[in-house]
Design a protein around this ligand. Sequence first.
Ligand code: GLU
Length: 511
Amino acid sequence: MSVRVRFAPSPTGPLHLGGVRTALYNYLFARKHGGQFLLRIEDTDQGRFVPGAEDYIREALAWCGMVPDEGPWNGGPHAPYRQSERKDLYRTYAEQLVANEKAYYAFDTPEELDAMRDRLKAAGVAAPAYNAVTREHMRNSLTLSATETKERLDRGDDHVIRLKVPRNAEVRFEDIIRGWVVVHSTNIDDKVLFKGDGMPTYHLANIVDDHLMGITHVVRGEEWLPSAPLHVLLYEAFGWERPAFAHLPLILKPDGNGKLSKRDGDRLGFPVFPLDWTDPVTGERSSGYRERGYYPEAFVNMLALLGWNPGTEQEIMSMEELTGLFDLARVHKGGAKFDPEKTKWFNQQYLRMRPNEELGEHFKASLAKIGVECTVEMATAAAALLKERATFPDDMLEGIYLVKSGSPLKDNAEALAELRKRWKPEAAAFFSSFLQAMDDTSDFSAHDVETCFQSVLAASGLKIGQVMPVYRLFVAGRMQGPGMFEVSALLGKTEVGARLRTGLEISAEWV
Ligand code: GLU
């Protein structure tokens, strides 16, 4: 039997990174087993529908490189894949359960339901529920006569369809990740399957569609584990074979044990969404990994390891490698702590793997945005030096001094203050000698510059720490950055000479 899995988001807002991980594990599992990955939009809860959310899901999955084999955007043999477009189907299935005495019509008004809860609470019942005991005292097709039920239905009285949960049964299933789950039916209430508004509830639509779409494995977040016994009962009620279940661990906040939320991201300064999102009602903006400069490969790699590992120390894995290694049985039971620093680390690793030419193009384009022009060769050579220290492509902008000619000290109060702090009057003579010695260098390669620098230093009797920071500030205008001999070689003799002379002029006043 070929594996068929689905990602079934509800379009109620932007996809949280936990949702993307669910999609990813489904995708990897399908690919690994040569099966199909379906996408189904679960939009039966009209009250929670958010415009733009479906497009967001589509774009986020595409960004991560997960294109569904079947779904609302590319169709498939089980179309439509949007539950709102399958609406008419669900009532038939709910009625089939009523006909087989596995479900019933319930006509209770909200007031009657409240009264039932109040009554039970007063009698000391902690969690009052519509269940095998209480349904006997409510207004439903089990307590009303067949004639009255029919009359009410014909009249169009408000009603729902509820599952008739068996009174004394043990519900068991083996979860691929969690092992055996056993729940007694007294802990399951008679859930509404079909609502008064003519729409199915999540439970009914989800089971009907998983069955009709031939889903073999349900891989979803832990928050759905409490619903799973009810789903098992639903499969039994229909007499359908049920898929295997795998409930993924929660993603936890970096500090503490709770579930990771948008608030944690806001508080600690990292996105919890793959892409930027603007709430269509409140206008509130949430930032995404894409817009922050993350590579999708890094984001996907990080997510894959949030609750799973290949059993080795290997951390950097492409989608292809992940596909080969992924195993649902190796998914952890316990929650996975989200680590924003590790996420940055992944990006840094992927950035380093990018070809210099590509980073050069990016660097050139970001420079152009701030009005600095340079050749692509120059940008590429600069990117080759800057990539080791960058986490995001835009971090390379701190290396603007590598491509923009002129002293980096000009109009740079911060660099001037730093220089003033580090300036040693005896350095003036060193730089004058170095400027002269520089003239005699041959190719001004990094090696060449270094040899020249060291010999002038040896003759000066100064220590490297007395002159290198000054050299750095004169030439780069900042204390951090790539090695100064490489930087010098890239800038060339003339430019370095000019910057050193400007530096000496500025500092001459401080002697
Ligand atoms: N629509 C549910 C959600 O929003 C799907 C849960 C499931 O996969 O069964 O996550």
